[in-house]
Design a protein around this ligand. Structure first.
Ligand code: 5GP
Ligand code: MG
Length: 206
């Protein structure tokens, strides 16, 4: 029997597991939405899809700082094809969990003109950040640009944009862990967890 093809469109995650939250995090984290082993499996699948699509090209990966660091590190170690790596910084002045207008804080440094570019972000939410970053990259005249996000919250979209490679489609919760922060904390959690609303209601963003 032929193997089921891996979907690039994301695995749907519906409910978190409060019982999987490690005791040390129970005061702040309400549930584990995606456990570490499930993330690892999906990241390997995304790497397989990307490898297949870019096996004959000189790929430049541009990763958006800072939320992508864990995802990027895990993804690229499964990409046994030639890749170049660069980073871009985009910030949105935010009030707690509500994003504002995006600004570039770090431009990519590599030559992008006529290159195949894969833009990576941690989460696609309203779509403003990815859409803005795509505009910045297009100004360098790459040959092609595709996008890859670990998480997608389709119900929150304001800008009509989809990513080419999606890890998981998640419900509308504010999530942290595996690179994603709240007020620069929680990036080191090995899982994706739902932050308790009382944390972002009472902790200043910075
Ligand atoms: P967008 O511009 O699509 O609304 O938001 C994208 C950016 O907002 C992401 O790169 C991420 O930094 C942040 N963001 C959106 N939703 C979440 C979330 O649930 N948790 C965290 N930690 N960051 C988020
Ligand atoms: Mg981000």
């Amino acid at each position: 029997m032929p193997a089921t093809p891996i979907s690039s469109k994301g695995i749907t995650v519906t409910a978190g597991r409060p019982d999987l939250v490690p005791p040390k995090w129970r005061r702040e984290i309400q549930s584990v939405l995606i456990p570490a082993d499930k993330i690892a499996r999906r990241v390997r699948q995304l790497a397989q899809l990307i490898k297949k699509d870019y096996k004959n090209s000189d790929l430049v990966i541009i990763s958006l700082l800072n939320g992508t660091v864990l995802f990027l590190a895990d993804l690229i170690r499964h990409l046994d094809i030639p890749v170049k790596l660069d980073f871009m910084g985009v910030t949105s002045y935010r009030t707690n969990t509500l994003p504002g207008k995006p600004l570039v804080t770090k431009q990519p440094q590599l030559e992008l003109s006529n290159r195949e570019v894969l833009l990576i972000d941690d989460i696609l939410d309203t779509g403003k950040t990815l859409n803005f970053a795509l505009g910045v990259i297009h100004a360098y005249h790459p040959r092609s640009v595709k996008t890859c996000v670990l998480l997608d919250k389709p119900s929150r979209r304001v800008v009509p944009i989809t990513a080419d490679y999606v890890g998981f489609r998640i419900p509308n919760h504010f999530v942290v862990g595996y690179g994603l922060d709240y007020a620069e904390r929680y990036r080191n959690l090995p899982f994706i967890g739902v932050l308790k609303p009382e944390v972002y209601a009472t902790t200043p963003i910075l």
